[in-house]
Write a protein that binds this ligand. Sequence first.
Ligand code: NAD
Length: 509
Amino acid sequence: MTDTVVETTEQSDKPTAIPHWIAGARREGTGRTAPVYNPALGTVVSEVGLASSEEMSEAIASANAVFPAWRDLSIAKRQSIMFRFRELIVQRKDELATIVTREHGKVHSDALGEIARGIEVAELATAFPLLTKGEYSENASTGVDVYSLRQPLGVVGIISPFNFPAMIPLWFAPVALAAGNVVVIKPSEKDPSSAVFIAELFKEAGLPDGVLTVVHGDKEAVDTLLTHPDVQAISFVGSTPIAEYVYRTGSEHGKRVQALGGAKNHMLVLPDADLDVTADAAVNAGFGSAGERCMAISVVVAVDSIADELAAKIKEKMGAIRTGDGTRDNDMGPLITGQHRDKVVGYIQTAADDGADVLVDGRDPEVDGDPNGFWLKPTLIDKVPTDSTAYKEEIFGPVLSIVRVASYEEGLELINANQYGNGTAIFTNDGGAARRFQNEVQVGMVGINVPIPVPVGYHSFGGWKRSIFGQGKAYGKHAFDFYTREKVVTSRWLDPSHGGLNLGFPQHD
Ligand code: NAD
């Protein structure tokens, strides 16, 4: 199961190159490249250019050049483009899902699911006239009116992770664009094609050239976005160490930065929960997308009296998961790279070495897919010690841990002590306990009998603690505030009676 390089087509001995999207056209990279794998085959299907600082700077300049015209385009025209984009992506979602499956590996139905959650935000973005309009106070003082405007910022950089190659660009770009900004997306270099597809759809929807740019790259491209004087704001999603770095560096360079980081999501199960429903929820939330979701449940916190029964039910339900090629009728695909798969396997071994019981071991090569794919089947580990790195660190793979606690209070304390605070869930039939949990838990997104509580588009997405840096959350009302700044105008139309000297501080009459 090693990473091997093969030809993408029979005619060519070079993998296809994934272009940047600059000034409304495909543009080939000129320098360093990185391989892009089909994780279900374990082979390189294309290569992506890694932009140099000069290439990124040129792209930022071309975006910045069209900002004045875009920000002043009428609301009606901008809104019709957003509506057309929404229609096009609905029509073309199968093609986009095919790209996601090819480069990420998740099964086709799951790829369609991530696109649906992205479309929600494209729909929200069509409501920008309502969500960016200002306020007006007539006669704040006699003959003086005061009103506020919300104006776009300029160039917004969006840096996205590999695990949602379509949804994360869709969570940020439509709102930033609708609010009148120009956007430069730097997708994950591991699955970069979805962002280019989205940019092409925006062009078809009527977005003027240069308003949305896609530049591929790695640290060099990211650092250029973080430090370039023409970039006003950064929306980043990725692992916590990089999120922290992005937040610090971007802020030091005067940018508005929101940086969403990693997670370790706990599901607290109280003794009165329906254990069949709970086990289904744990399996779905733990193993969907091979656990490569920032809102995946990675730890089931079971109150002792029901832990054995719950573990047995989870184990039984895991038996039905079909692991294999996402283009076939399977439930769970491969991991993103061989290197990442090996890292996740390392955590299973660490947990076992630290005394946990591996109840279901996914290190089994029997899958419905090519033997060279980056496979790891669902794994269940019970009695994971909370001082094991397998508990403390984000695993980001199909590994569900069970930690046993004596009481609600002990479970809550464990969750609140965790460095991350992205998502959590409680499973119980006791409304009072659920309400208490909602009040006491220090996590940004909470599910009550809902295992993956990703808020709908018209609420906002974002964690607490080391799962987010900066103030702005993704989508919802907050996003329109993040991508605009307020200007307040005090206005008076003068007549001769307003003349005369008065050096005092303005007062109202
Ligand atoms: P990552 O941090 O490795 O990469 C994210 C982005 O940062 C990519 O575009 C990458 O090119 C860039 N990058 C990587 N190293 C860099 C460096 N040294 N300097 C500058 N830029 C760099 O994350 P990933 O592996 O692509 O994604 C998985 C992570 O993202 C997980 O930790 C997951 O929890 C997190 N995630 C969080 C959310 C959320 O909403 N909180 C959503 C999705 C994913």
